[in-house]
Design a protein. Structure first.
Length: 114
């Protein structure tokens, strides 16, 4: 089992920045692919960014604005979000993936006002 706890969400004006954090506990953090997803009401959860031994990947809509990083010593993955847009408003979830195992955090709300 892996327990994930996100933090850092909030209300920000368009053009602003936020940094999300996700702290993992329970298993060897470095062996997991770590990812961020987001979801708005009525829509499916969508992939935002991920980091693993192959590097980082992003969905097209956040490339150049968001940066994912991880600190294995702190069991933490971050999502730095710059130049935020109202369409980035969502609940952001952290995920830990290894083989068939996938664990989710409880989510943190990000609201971007225009």
């Amino acid at each position: 089992q892996v327990r994930l706890v996100e933090s850092g969400g909030g209300l920000v004006q368009a053009g602003g920045s936020l940094r999300l954090s996700c702290v993992a506990s329970g298993r060897t953090f470095s062996g997991y692919r770590m990812a961020w997803y987001r979801q708005v009401p009525g829509k499916e959860r969508e992939f935002v960014a991920a980091t693993d031994w192959n590097g980082a990947s992003y969905t097209d809509s956040v490339k150049g604005r968001f940066t994912i990083s991880r600190d294995n010593a702190k069991n933490t993955v971050y999502l730095q979000m710059n130049s935020l847009k109202p369409e980035d408003t969502a609940v952001y979830y952290c995920a830990a993936v290894r083989n068939r195992d996938k664990y989710w955090g409880q989510g943190t709300q990000v609201t971007v006002s225009s």
